[in-house]
Design a protein around this ligand. Structure first.
Ligand SMILES: Cc1cc2nc3c(=O)[nH]c(=O)nc-3n(C[C@H](O)[C@H](O)[C@H](O)COP(=O)(O)OP(=O)(O)OC[C@H]3O[C@@H](n4cnc5c(N)ncnc54)[C@H](O)[C@@H]3O)c2cc1C
Length: 185
């Protein structure tokens, strides 16, 4: 994946390779451009030109976690990656953290008792982010299929628009996290 950042001054490139083992949790480890080029040997020259132009490379792992059964205890709760880390393959991790913030504010505004407000927030948010965690996990496999029958079936499905159509993702993009129904408790 690559995209411009810093008002188009810089290009960010993220490459994904699979490993059987990983023993660090740091995201500030440096990697060399040579290592990145080796990982993408044989790829299109555009990809390799982007990698070769890098001044610095970082290397880190993507970790997956199962959904949590609850986020709140009394007057304490969690939001964002702290309670629902997900693979980046729906591009929704930060979006869900922002939605959490809006929903939390709306619940606290609407419901007088803070403990009840946090429980309401959790009940509103958990099913939605759990669904996205599952979709991101499924896309980890779907986006990285090697050439073959499974890849061809996937491409045929996508060619029909299928689950990537705007209609199919309406539930995701038309959602208003600040819209918490008035609750009387
Ligand atoms: C390659 C990649 C691509 C992504 N692409 C997208 C995308 O396109 N769209 C999208 O929506 N999301 C994307 N995400 C996910 C997104 O970056 C995260 O979901 C989001 O940053 C989570 O926000 P957060 O506030 O919950 O946690 P974080 O952004 O991790 O913020 C937590 C903060 O707490 C600080 N902290 C930790 N411990 C302490 C402490 N003890 N005291 C004080 N501060 C502390 C940390 O330094 C950090 O600044 C992507 C992630 C990756 C890795």
């Amino acid at each position: 994946m690559h995209y411009f950042v810093s008002r188009g001054r810089l290009l960010n490139f993220v490459g994904w390779t699979e490993h059987d083992e990983w023993n660090r949790e740091d995201w500030t480890d440096r990697a060399t451009v040579a290592r990145a080029l080796t990982a993408f040997a044989g790829w299109h020259e555009h990809v390799r030109t982007i990698i070769a132009a890098a001044e610095t490379c970082f290397i880190w792992a993507l970790f997956d976690r199962d959904p949590l059964p609850r986020w709140s205890v009394g007057r304490t709760t969690l939001l964002g990656d702290a309670c629902h880390p997900m693979y980046p393959f729906m591009g929704q991790g930060a979006a869900m953290a922002i939605e959490d913030g809006a929903a939390l504010a709306a619940c606290l505004r609407t419901i007088g008792d803070p403990t009840e407000a946090l429980l309401r927030y959790e009940r509103l948010r958990l099913p939605r982010v759990t669904r996205l965690q599952a979709m991101s996990r499924a896309n980890k496999t779907r986006f990285h299929l090697r050439d073959g029958p499974a890849q061809q079936a996937r491409d045929a499905e996508w060619a029909k628009a299928g689950d990537r159509s705007p209609n199919a993702l309406r539930w995701l993009y038309e959602y208003d996290p600040g819209d918490v129904e008035p609750v009387t408790m």
